[in-house]
Design a binder for this molecule. Sequence first.
Ligand code: F6R
Length: 368
Amino acid sequence: EKGGYDYFMLKEIDEQPSAVQATLMGHFLDGQIVLDEQRLDASILREIDKVFVVACGTAYHAGLIAKHAIEHWTRIPVEVEMASEFRYRDPVLDRQTLVVAISQSGETADTLEAVRHAKDQKATVLAICNTNGAQIPRESDAVLYTHAGPEIGVAATKTFTAQVAAVLIVALALAQARGTKFGDEIAAEYQMLEAMPALITEALGVVDQVRTLAREIADAKAILFLGRHVGYPVALEGALKLKELAYMHAEGFPAGELKHGPIALIEPGLPVVVVMPSPGGRPVLHSKMLSNIAEISARGARTIVIAEVGDERAAKHAAHLIELPVVPTLLSPLLTTIPMQVLAAEIAQARGFDVDKPRNLAKSVTVE
Ligand code: F6R
């Protein structure tokens, strides 16, 4: 039951602290990162020299975040690709390639075919899945289950944040296997991860503010989303949510690309959601992003700025400011995604649509 919430999606947004907490549980034992079902030798993980992340939709956005974490912590090159593209283009794979397949349902046909293709090419496959015993984990060499629990809303929310937690665990597992991080560094990163459920709870404090804002902009004809670094996949996720729930034209861009075309779309009153990087974490990114907001607000955009609490320079450019707790950059999508989810759901609600059952969409896409 909805337990007092207007729709399931809102309940599931609220369940993200426990989804992340349950996903983290049991993966750091005696100073070691451990996966769930690991039907492969540790020596195989040590020899990996290339990673592909394959997934669809929202899970693909978790994959884009995986790339940042894996490359940063392990120095192994990572490619992220939509499963439907990967499968039909003859990707270069061999025994030293790890394919990470991310799928909430574990039954998505495109992702399953990508897994089969990877296995045929002798690559090692690690699945990240929310459904015990589903086809994708069954056919993979190793599994990391997300423990978000069943998700009733068709749009992915808590399963996405659980996937983000899972890819961070995988990145640490690879760093451990490859020796690119020492035990105490891995322990320190894991401790940060373990602090996230409480910080997500704190971030959920913005829900009412975002719901009110959503109702104010519900009749916009389009909304743009801008991000950089890990904020870019979050921008893509914000746009996807808005398309699928509110049937509104929405696009996510890397903010640096603005001047190469998309800035032509900016017109007075157009809502633009900007995911600010932390000024402490990546100062260069932060200042670049400030110039991007200045450019769009000069052209009359209605800026909705998602920033770290206390980021006064970002606040100056914000028509609407949404403040989130301070966290390390790689972990920030666990918080910045929340306003995206609420915005899309509440705009859909204001427009009179069924938030939990958007038109034309199915929870599990078992046909290619
Ligand atoms: C978006 C959404 C879809 C799924 C995609 C993959 O809210 O739910 O984009 O993320 O269909 O599904 P899974 O993760 O089951 O493979």
